[in-house]
Design a protein around this ligand. Structure first.
Ligand SMILES: *Cc1c(COP(=O)(O)O)cnc(C)c1O
Length: 357
């Protein structure tokens, strides 16, 4: 039996996508081979990569002068790729609004001066510093943000208007809300939250920014090289890109980003409204910065939290345990989580509150 899976990543994928992948697993597109067996230079496979790229361009309205590439190593490898491709002047700004943002900043420091110009750790990352009041460094190569904080459940409600190119880690929210790609120099995202199985990372970068990587930048991390080779410089994570392509097609059929954003706002609204109205549950993120993807909450008692997670699991609501840095619970309600899943969670929360008040 399928359960409602609230995992933060790897996370749920649309059921229709899993079924399609199952149905054509042994014979991909009339080739008589599985997509996991076929050469990445085979026309049938190269078509998949091209289609996935085009879908990203269509869904996010990516301008012509930006590349869209699929790479390996997860978002964490991009923490290094960002400075290695962009740090020509040896200096960059970082806004540290969560654990992954902090890791990106620490990685940046390995390659140059990485200034932490904003930091919300004083209130356990439950807010985003006012981006209009930060001291951006003159001549910085870029400003790095993590647009949605997967662990702490906060997100940027507006993006910095900085002179330097804006670089955003959108791992846990890409394709969940409309964004203006032109505002960004680079967007990157590990796929396993909202796009595909683990193994592929998407990078969208303005081409004029990526022409002079640092000399020490490994060939594999050079976005320019990946772009010039259509993401096929070496063997790509073939199955994950294939799955991403199915998910993107599925999203287009559901009406694209605008439609899914409405659903995501509705789903998260139901959950936050219920939490705010209850006596037992609490979400500590400042309201205007609340994520529509990751919703952490606590009962105030570690014992009760553990009981909640265990009983929810028995009721078919799984992976609700919060990150070890925060404790409590976290419901990750990515694009693939149906409205019915969120409603089932709320019904369970009501019942649990009655029984444990
Ligand atoms: C999950 C996550 C990462 C880490 O991704 P990996 O693919 O495991 O390296 C980085 N940033 C954000 C915002 C994430 O949610």
């Amino acid at each position: 039996m399928r359960v409602y899976n609230f995992a933060a990543g790897p996370s749920a994928l649309p059921l229709e996508v899993l079924e399609k992948a199952r149905d054509e697993f042994l014979d991909f597109n009339g080739t008589g081979m599985s997509v996991t067996e076929i050469s990445h230079r085979d026309k049938a496979y190269m078509q998949v990569v091209a289609e996935a790229e085009n879908s990203v361009r269509e869904l996010l309205k990516v301008p012509e002068d930006y590349c869209v590439i699929f790479v390996q190593g997860g978002a964490s490898t991009q923490f290094a790729a960002v400075p290695l491709n962009l740090m020509k002047n040896g200096v960059a700004d970082y806004i540290v609004t969560g654990n992954f943002a902090k890791k990106a900043w620490q990685e940046g420091k390995l390659y140059g001066t990485a200034n932490k110009i904003g930091d919300s750790s004083d209130k356990i990352y439950t807010y985003i510093p006012d981006v209009d009041k930060l001291n951006y460094t003159d001549g910085a190569d870029y400003v790095h943000i993590t647009s949605n904080n997967t662990i702490f459940g906060s997100r940027f409600d507006k993006f910095p208007d900085c002179k330097a190119p804006l670089v955003a880690d959108m791992s846990s929210e890409i394709f969940s809300r409309e964004i203006d790609v032109k505002k960004f120099g680079v967007i990157y995202a590990g796929a396993q939250k909202n796009l595909a199985p683990a193994g592929v990372t998407i990078v969208i970068a303005k081409r004029e920014l990526i022409q002079e990587p640092l000399n020490i930048c490994p060939t594999m991390l050079r976005w320019k090289v990946q772009d010039e080779n259509g993401s096929l410089y070496n063997t790509p994570p073939a199955f994950s890109i294939y799955m991403a392509n199915l998910v993107l097609n599925n999203l287009k059929n559901k009406g694209g980003i605008k439609a899914i954003q409405q659903i995501n706002e509705y789903k998260s609204g139901l959950l936050y409204d219920f939490i705010d109205g209850s006596k037992l549950y609490k979400n500590g993120v400042e309201k205007k910065f609340r994520s529509i993807m990751n919703v952490p909450f606590v009962t105030g008692s570690e014992e009760l939290d553990a009981k909640f997670v265990a009983e929810a699991k028995k009721a078919g609501l799984v992976s609700l345990k919060g990150h070890r840095l925060v404790g409590g619970m976290r419901a990750s309600i990515y694009n693939a989580m149906p409205v019915d899943g969120v409603k089932a969670l709320i019904e369970f929360m009501k019942k649990f509150e009655l029984e444990n008040a």
